[in-house]
Design a protein around this ligand. Structure first.
Ligand code: ZN
Length: 194
């Protein structure tokens, strides 16, 4: 997914869950942590041009890496004296936002190694494209509503709207596959790859 949408989802989830403890900072912590897994994009090697393709959406996007990623992205905030006392909500906001990244990426068709290091499977649920304006817009409106109105529920509505959109995509995908099966059956074709 595009970086802006990742930042919005991380910020919305963090602001909703931890906005009471960190009213001005939860969304900022969440935006940074929501973006952070894509820093793997900058892992490159002049001698191995495939390294970037192999490592993008790999360990930084894995479910097993979430606690480490959450701690690393929360760390810069814990180094500041102002936020150090709130270390629990800071780490909670960072970890929650970090956790949203790999799962959202798995909804696209690129392939995300959620199960690394236990499996090399590239999870791709083929529900949305890498740039999905409806999801971005829902999250943006929700987060703006929360930040401007100083209420937590608009951000939650944005996330719920995002999940509802993905739910509709699941239904549409099933309809598409059913139609494909019908056509293949009518033609006597065996589907080897759908
Ligand atoms: Zn990513």
């Amino acid at each position: 997914m595009d970086p802006f949408t990742h930042a919005l989802l991380g910020a919305s989830a963090a602001q909703f869950a931890f906005g009471r403890r960190l009213p001005r900072r939860a969304w900022l912590i969440g935006a940074g942590a929501g973006l952070a897994p894509d820093l793997d994009f900058f892992i490159r090697s002049a001698s191995d041009p495939l390294l970037n393709i192999e490592l993008h959406r790999q360990f930084t996007h894995a479910l097993a890496f979430i606690p480490i990623g959450g701690a690393l992205t929360g760390l810069p905030w814990l180094l500041r004296r102002r936020t150090r006392a709130d270390w629990r909500p800071v780490l909670g906001a960072a970890t929650l936002a970090y956790a949203t990244h790999g799962l959202l990426d798995a909804c696209t068709n690129y392939g995300t190694q959620l199960l690394w290091p236990f499996a090399d499977l590239r999870v791709a649920w083929h529900l949305v494209t890498t740039i999905g304006p409806p999801i971005t817009l829902l999250l943006l409106v929700g987060l703006l509503g929360t930040l401007l109105g100083r209420r937590r529920w608009p951000a939650a509505l944005g996330v719920i709207g995002c999940l509802a959109y993905l739910g509709i995509a699941v239904g549409q995908q099933a309809r598409g596959l059913a139609a494909q099966t019908l056509i293949a059956d009518a033609r006597g074709h065996a589907i080897t790859r759908a």
